[in-house]
Design a protein around this ligand. Structure first.
Ligand SMILES: [Zn+2]
Length: 467
């Protein structure tokens, strides 16, 4: 009796389970897979909200689950809509949705050609996927962004007048920009010398750019001002200038075994032990490769500067010292009667009594105070707007990075660390990434004619009020 009653119940149970499986499993699948609620991911680069005469936008789209369905990019201005890009990606089947899970779109924005005027506009990016959500319309990501269209390049007005520069020497140009520019300055051949506002606190349009013609650049090198605004519009402007060619002296440096035995162990920390090589080979590695790598370090240090003129008047020279080598001296290195190397000396060597106190040539901020390969113990001071002084082969450093120093404050003692054969100061002046002739900065007449007179001209004329 019991078994008879149980049988229909069991059948009902099995039927119920089958029914559940037939309905619930596909329903669960539909919910989880075809009705997924993840929106497409949209990334726009650059993130800028200012667009120029020609701006490249990159749009990265991704939808991991049902795949991308479509994208539409428009720009709307004063009720007028301009389509910038449109694409659709078909579904491949009921089960899968789409197969395009990621897509990169490159959009060239040229407002003038696309009928958009300077001013504000609304950038709209709408992306959908192949999910069955929203009555088969899919999940949608909508990005709306107000952008400013600026197709006009900045205008550059040169304020300073004559610019006489020597090969290997420095210069200053004062100019005004019609709008805020993240980048402006002087192009000298391959070198770019950034200029900055900030010289006059109340006058943001006034900019200073210190620049240089490297000792090895042609006097006919192209020199001009350039500025790029936030929208990427680029402007160039010439300014009157004259580059005087210079000849630089030659010298022969004798390399002795005594010097190599004395100096090379010091450089093991920089170039390694170099087993199986001669002292001369080690010296050549130091003189060529380490010299280059040290220059890269100096360039890196001098790529950051304060937009403040920290210094005043003439730069001081190591007191009671004799010049031992001058700027851009062409050096042949002789070992055992043979010329083994050639390098250019990018500073001035000054010798006084051993371990003489070294004064800061002018006021500024210490940006480096450590050992630096061929230069030995070295201090670098930022005088502002990309002008730096450098003191090398020191026996002692008496300042720390970040510290402000006044002109003639003692920063260390002369010595013979690095690639120096005797106690002396190697003094360099640097404008951004270029070593320049320090002699100009020691000369009050040169400074007045080429630098301070231009700074004075930039200052507003004080108007006298009577009464
Ligand atoms: Zn030197």
């Amino acid at each position: 009796m019991n078994t008879k009653a149980k049988k229909p119940i069991r059948i009902k149970l099995v039927l119920a389970i089958v029914l559940l499986l037939v309905i619930l499993v596909p329903a669960a699948w539909v919910l989880a897979v075809r009705l997924e609620g993840e929106r497409p991911v949209v990334k726009l680069t650059p993130e800028t909200s200012v667009v120029g005469a020609s701006t490249d936008l990159v749009l990265d789209l991704a939808d991991e689950r049902c795949g991308l369905r479509g994208v539409r990019v428009t720009m709307t201005q004063k009720g007028k809509e301009v389509a910038l890009a449109e694409a659709s990606f078909p579904a491949v089947g009921l089960l899968k949705g789409g197969i395009v899970n990621s897509k990169r779109l490159e959009i060239k924005l040229q407002p003038e050609a696309q009928g958009l005027a300077d001013g504000e506009a609304l950038l709209r990016i709408a992306v959908t996927d192949h999910s069955w959500r929203n009555w088969w319309h899919g999940n949608r990501t909508l990005i709306e962004k107000t952008v400013t269209i600026d197709t006009r390049p900045p205008s550059i007005a040169v304020v300073s007048r004559a610019h006489y520069i020597s090969q290997g020497g420095s210069g200053l140009v004062v100019y005004r920009l019609s709008e805020r520019c993240p980048s402006s300055g002087v192009q000298v051949g391959e070198h770019f010398f950034p200029g900055y506002p900030g010289f006059l606190a109340e006058d943001e349009s006034l900019h200073l750019a210190f620049f240089a013609v490297a000792y090895d650049q042609d006097p006919d090198v192209r020199i001009f001002l350039r500025a790029m605004d936030e929208a990427g519009n680029d402007a160039k402007a010439g300014f009157p200038h004259l580059v005087n060619p210079r000849r630089f002296p030659n010298d022969i440096i004798q390399i002795s075994d005594r010097f190599l035995d004395w100096k090379m162990p010091e450089f093991e920390a920089d170039i390694g032990a170099m087993p199986g090589t001669s002292r001369l080979e080690q010296f050549l590695t130091v003189n060529r490769e380490l010299r280059q790598s040290n220059y890269q370090t100096v360039k890196q240090i001098c790529s950051q500067t304060d937009a403040v003129v920290h210094w005043e008047g003439v730069f001081s020279r190591l007191p009671r010292s004799a010049p031992k080598a001058s700027f851009a001296e062409q050096r042949d290195y002789r070992y055992a009667g043979e010329i083994v190397d050639h390098q250019v000396h990018l500073g001035a060597d000054l010798a006084s009594v051993a371990q003489s106190p070294v004064p800061a040539a002018n006021s500024g901020r210490v940006v480096f105070g450590e050992n630096l390969g061929i230069y030995g113990k070295t201090v670098i001071i930022d005088h502002g707007f990309g002008l730096f002084s450098m003191y090398s082969h020191l026996s002692l450093i008496e300042v720390e990075k970040g510290q402000m120093v006044a002109k003639n404050d003692i920063i260390g003692r002369t010595g013979m660390t690095g690639l120096a054969g005797g106690d002396h100061l190697h003094f360099s002046m640097i404008v951004h990434d270029t070593f320049v002739n320090p002699v100009e900065w020691w000369d009050p007449v040169w400074i007045r004619n080429n630098i301070t007179s231009k700074l004075e001209d930039a200052k507003p004329v004080a108007t006298e009020t009577s009464g």
